[in-house]
Design a protein around this ligand. Structure first.
Ligand code: NAD
Length: 282
């Protein structure tokens, strides 16, 4: 049976460390502040934003929420981002994705000051990640790396397979595993013979957003299986890509959904906000 990597517990440890750093900053008269913009009334986004606010409260970060109506115009949104860029009391800015279709998300990301881009989505920060000179690490892949570190698992010399090539998960995840000296293969929706590739993985990270994509016959005995995805099962309950009940019998380590990567992503955002403060105030 695989060892369960408890994301909730590891995230709590990360948050305890962040809270200490926040206290130290406050003792110096600096209150870290994260501004979150949400446009429209997407219920999932509202939950994410509420959770971010709760995390801020927990670690002592001041949080500002800008809830804009669906019909917000591009120039109004860009104007708000610019105003937050100019506010020296705001250290981190993010715009909750997705935003309504009539808005240009790329322009919004590109407008955020890279020093305040705590999601690490700005092309400047993406470039930094590529050359291994990071200001911020994207929260989900960074959370996965933190989990691996916590378990004493290094990617060095290992065969690492990432399923998914999105800009926010798959691609940066692959780069971080590569930076940890893994030999990385990226799979995606056009990949042929997925099982053949995953079967060779010492570390498998799945971020396809497709439940039951990863079954026990696709896993090498003893492999580390990280499930990033958040899907719904037939009962409307949260589940990942991995057939957890069967894969845990074959894998060496496994992350549950919920309680795996999700809490780590949240914790890493808090960590990035503190990093932003340090960079802006040094
Ligand atoms: P996305 O839709 O942008 O990307 C999915 C990727 O999976 C694509 O690159 C696609 O090519 C690949 N893919 C799809 N079907 C495939 C298949 N059958 N075989 C191989 N590859 C396939 O999604 P995303 O934003 O990268 O998110 C991925 C999943 O992770 C989603 O379920 C999302 O909800 C979840 N997520 C979780 C967290 C967290 O904190 N746990 C954070 C971000 C995203």
């Amino acid at each position: 049976m695989a060892k369960i990597i408890d994301g909730k517990k590891i995230a709590a440890e990360v948050l305890t460390g962040v809270a200490k750093e926040v206290k130290a900053l406050k003792d110096k008269g600096i209150t870290p502040c994260l501004a979150v913009i949400i446009v429209g009334d997407n219920p999932a986004s509202q939950v994410y934003v509420r959770n971010k606010k709760k995390d801020c409260e927990l670690v002592g970060i001041r949080s500002l929420e800008y809830a804009l109506p669906t019909e917000t115009k591009q120039d109004e949104l860009i104007g708000l981002v610019k105003q937050l860029n100019d506010d020296k009391n705001v250290h981190g800015i993010l715009c909750q994705s997705p935003i309504p279709k009539h808005l240009d998300e790329k322009e919004v990301i590109n407008t955020i000051n890279p020093e305040k881009d705590v999601d690490a989505f700005h092309p400047v920060n993406v470039g930094h990640i590529m050359i291994g000179d990071c200001r911020f690490l994207p929260c989900t892949p960074a959370g996965v790396m933190e989990m691996l570190r916590h378990e004493g698992i290094s990617a060095e010399g290992k065969s690492c397979v990432v399923i998914g090539r999105s800009n926010i998960v798959g691609k940066p995840m692959s780069i971080l595993l590569l930076a940890d000296n893994g030999t990385v293969t990226i799979c995606h929706s056009r990949t042929k013979n997925l099982a053949e590739i995953t079967k060779k993985a010492d570390i498998l990270v799945s971020a396809a957003g497709m439940r039951n994509l990863v079954t026990a016959d696709m896993i090498k005995e003893g492999a580390v299986v990280i499930d990033v995805s958040m899907n719904k099962n037939d009962d409307g309950k949260l589940c990942g890509d991995v057939d957890y009940a069967e894969v845990e019998k074959v894998a060496g380590y496994i992350t549950p959904v919920p309680g795996g990567v999700g809490p780590m992503t949240r914790a890493m955002l808090m960590k990035n906000t503190v990093t932003a403060v340090k960079n802006q105030t040094k």
